[in-house]
Design a protein around this ligand. Structure first.
Ligand code: C5P
Length: 228
């Protein structure tokens, strides 16, 4: 779980993963949901290097109930994932990479992704159709192209891989290519097919301040349903 981003688009404040949603740190929500998935035996968190001790204390306090390993994240998401991969126990064969910034992705989504890998797909991403029309624009703000919306998908995490494939894709990747914004992108680069499964609307990425409003509303609805 890459969790080392600063969250600058959310404004100034603590590292994004430590910011609360409905009173609970985003990282705790994200780790808890992933740990509840049937196929997950261990969660490796790439924490912000300056906050590693705090992350350790927080995850112990919330008693996740699944083994959690904490490593220091890197300067880019790709580097954070690479460091987390290096800390996986040797027996692990299937890996999910899940952004701490998607703390409401339900554990059923992780289950579905793991199942697709077990069914024989080497690389699996959850994705949703896009509602907006997407255009390519240049730096001057001029439209270059309108992309055919029916072919477009907004890709989420958790993304699932055969461990060796993901390790090979990371080993082959250039260190800092800004177009490589997800792990499936690294796998595509080495010519391996990526399979799409249905994403989930609650798998949204908390990036901008308005996403916090959406996420807190979703959590309030969820908690109201589970109230005694
Ligand atoms: O940068 P972006 O918003 O795409 O971040 C997606 C995920 O990658 C977040 O969970 C963030 O914490 C993580 N990340 C990381 N290390 C970085 C930058 C981002 O683990 N250096």
């Amino acid at each position: 779980m890459p969790a080392a981003g600063r969250g600058e688009r959310l404004g100034l404040g603590p590292a994004k993963a430590l910011r609360p949603l409905g009173g609970v740190p985003m990282l705790v929500l994200a780790v808890r949901a992933l740990a509840e998935a049937r196929g997950v035996d261990v969660v490796v968190v790439a924490a912000p290097p300056d906050d590693r001790a705090e992350v350790q204390a927080l995850l112990s306090a919330y008693d996740i109930g699944t083994e959690v390993v904490i490593v220091s994240g890197g300067a880019t998401r790709q580097e954070s994932v690479r460091r987390a991969l290096a800390a996986l126990p040797p027996e692990v064969e299937i890996v999910l990479v899940h952004d701490a910034a998607r703390p409401l992705a339900p554990s059923e989504l992780a289950d579905a992704v793991v199942q697709a890998v077990r069914d024989g797909y080497d690389a699996v991403v959850p994705a949703l159709p896009v509602a907006d029309t997407i255009k390519r624009v240049d730096e001057a703000g001029r439209v270059l192209e309108t992309l055919p919306r029916e072919q477009l998908r907004a890709v989420q995490t958790p993304q699932g891989f055969r461990r060796q494939l993901l390790a090979d894709a990371h080993a082959a990747a250039p260190p800092a290519d800004p177009t490589l914004t997800d792990d499936a992108g690294l796998v595509e680069r080495i010519g391996v097919a990526v399979h799409v499964v249905p994403g989930h609307p609650e798998g949204l990425k908390v990036t901008r301040p308005i996403d916090v409003v959406f996420a807190e509303a979703l959590l309030a609805r969820r908690w109201a349903r589970h109230a005694p």
